[in-house]
Ligand binder design. Structure first.
Ligand SMILES: Cc1cc2nc3c(=O)[nH]c(=O)nc-3n(C[C@H](O)[C@H](O)[C@H](O)COP(=O)(O)OP(=O)(O)OC[C@H]3O[C@@H](n4cnc5c(N)ncnc54)[C@H](O)[C@@H]3O)c2cc1C
Length: 423
């Protein structure tokens, strides 16, 4: 029986600029693209909330369905299983010897643990760093020497910026027929969520997963509407699709690579204009990288607190979670999150500050709720930002927001609060 290359998909659900796919296709072996709905991510937390909530589950299923179509277009398919990743890979290996596993690497504790368990199968593993914009080997310092403060990091990387070119793409994969048209992407009901749930008409943006939708959004935001040209002025907005890029979920699920996003920003700067706003979008991608490298530097210990302490869920916390506090501006944001799986960056900073500094609740309880609810949940950005707002992460300055002043400044006519607080 011929050995296969296993292309293990995680949060890199795309075919364009996908390093493991490129390498597997060049291996000369038949390739089996594989995705596991790992029970450790699709479970109920000790708090009673789903670890992966309804909005992100829907986005994930849409992403996988789009990925499967793209793989079918190049002669392959997506083999999906629900269970424990290392066990499912072990079962495949039992039927078809796996010569090598091609996969993206992550540096958060659960992801490191799963990778370690897969490594125990004694199959050669070829991992790729492709979540960040800058590859770790292109940093101007060893990751262990990552500056503690963002501004120092930014200045250093900008001085000698290196960003790898995108992979050109694969137009054919050879996959054994046994793996073609044999696996089914489960329905959302399999995860305990209703099949039909109408999108809230107040949502900033109807976020639908998949590489195709990611490129459509990019085409619209950068090229058709040219909203990128005013990003720095609009980015603190609260209502509508266009005050910010709405790219986070596509980046978190890997529907598009940060490199591709960056190259499009650069192409726009060359072809149309380069200004403060186009620069600022790149600047935000550096924040994203900073949190990734931070987790890499700390080798999983970054997540110790949030994994090992089980916060007590108090009445005050429940009021915050459900948007029932004494602060209407906080409530409006929390209701938007609950109903849509999205909240603006301004909103996230405000509700996080309120939970930690006003209600005196543990930051990791808030981070856990965000992990459950956010469509764009990204382990590095979520936990990194939460510690930052709590004043215990990088740059441990106090970041206490005055909620009333924030509401006056960013929602002067209360239109955002009316939108989410009206029944
Ligand atoms: C408490 C808290 C939790 C957060 N959790 C997440 C999370 O789980 N996933 C996530 O992607 N972002 C998170 N963010 C960062 C930020 O709020 C979102 O990335 C942003 O609101 C997404 O909307 P956008 O794509 O329109 O962003 P834009 O303003 O258009 O920014 C462009 C891209 O830059 C990156 N970016 C922007 N701001 C940040 C930031 N502060 N930190 C890291 N990357 C950033 C994102 O990838 C984003 O898509 C969090 C922020 C806070 C304060």
């Amino acid at each position: 029986m011929k050995a296969i290359a296993l292309l293990w998909y995680r949060w890199n659900l795309r075919t364009r600029d996908c390093a493991p796919l490129e390498a597997a296709s060049r291996s000369g072996l038949p390739v089996v693209p594989f995705y596991c709905f790992d029970d450790r991510y699709h479970c109920t937390l000790f708090t009673g909330w789903p670890r992966t909530g309804m909005h992100r589950t829907r986005f994930l299923l849409e992403s996988l369905s789009d990925l499967r179509n793209s793989l079918r277009n190049i002669g392959s398919d997506l083999y999906c299983k629900k269970g424990i990743t290392e066990e499912e890979i072990g079962k495949i290996n039992h039927r078809y010897p796996i010569a090598a596993i091609y996969y993206p690497k992550y540096y958060s504790q659960d992801e490191i643990d799963i990778e370690r368990n897969v490594a125990r199968l004694n199959i050669p593993m070829i991992g790729f760093d492709e979540h960040s914009l800058i590859a770790p080997d292109d940093l101007p310092f060893d990751v262990e020497k990552l500056p503690f403060v963002f501004t120092e990091f930014r200045k250093k990387v900008e001085k000698s910026l290196k960003i790898k070119t995108e992979y050109s793409g694969t137009n054919h994969l050879t996959t054994p027929s046994e793996f073609i048209e044999t696996s089914i992407i489960p329905d959302i009901e399999c995860f305990g969520f209703p099949a039909q749930s109408d999108a809230d008409p107040r949502a900033a943006f109807a976020l639908h997963g998949g590489e195709t939708n990611a490129w459509k959004r990019l085409e619209y935001y950068i090229w058709n509407s040219k909203k990128i040209s005013s990003y720095k002025k609009t980015r603190n907005g609260l209502i509508g699709a266009d005050y910010s890029s709405k790219f986070s979920a596509y980046l978190a699920m890997g529907n598009i690579s940060a490199r591709s996003f960056y190259r499009q920003i650069k192409a726009y700067e060359q072809a149309i204009e380069s200004n403060e706003s186009t620069y600022w979008l790149f600047f935000e991608l550096l924040w994203r990288d900073f949190f990734i490298f931070n987790a890499m530097k700390m080798k999983g210990s970054f997540f110790k607190v949030s994994r090992h302490y089980k916060p007590k869920i108090t009445k005050n916390f429940e009021k915050w979670r459900l948007g029932e506090t004494n602060e209407p501006f906080v409530n409006a944001n929390m209701i938007e999150l609950l109903k849509t799986g999205y909240m603006s960056n301004r909103g996230r900073q405000i509700v996080a500050s309120y939970l930690v500094h006003n209600l005196k609740q543990p930051w990791y309880a808030g981070a856990l709720w965000f992990e459950s609810q956010l469509i764009d949940y990204d382990v590095y950005s979520n936990y990194g930002n939460w510690t930052y707002v709590a004043g215990i992460g990088n740059d441990p300055r106090s970041r206490v927001f005055n909620i009333k002043l924030q509401a006056e400044k960013y929602d002067p006519n209360c239109s955002y609060q009316r939108l989410w607080l009206s029944k």
